[in-house]
Write a protein that binds this ligand. Sequence first.
Ligand code: ZN
Length: 185
Amino acid sequence: MKKGRLDVISGPMFSGKSAELIRRLTIQDIAQKKIVVFKHGLDDRFGRPQDISSRNGNYLSAISVTKVAEMNEHLDFDNLDLVGIDEIQFFDRDELVALCKKLVDEKGISVIVCGLDSDYLQVPFETTAHLMALADSVYKTSAVCMQCRDTDAVYTHRVFGGDNRVEVGSDNYEPRCRSCRVNVK
Ligand SMILES: [Zn+2]
């Protein structure tokens, strides 16, 4: 029986999460694995709604969905090796966890997911946190702090915008390190 695994890539904004997801999926694509890639419909940055984009300019064709149920319509379990999912924090926790378990444990299909670990108040995103706990591997990314410029930034700081948990738009945020994040409160 095929054996699947679950890998999670997670960190703050501007830390190259999507670039790492694209890199991993690309090398599997070169190996002619059968791959389906999903992204959340909320994230249409860089104007290519059918792609996962990274800030280094790379992209990968992806199916844009807003609900986990929509993913099922695109999954042919008998003809699939790998599923990639970007921006997992936007998806329902229980639904996405159930789908990942089904793919990995029942179907032997590997899953690589990518998303923010916590919101601008440093509260973990439930979907990401849960998948991290179940994963075979977790790769934490960090950015460069926009205040001191020389320390690993692990937080997404909201510069502009209201109090809603999700405010889409990278202009509203900057990565900050532990020291600089503490100092603004
Ligand atoms: Zn700093």
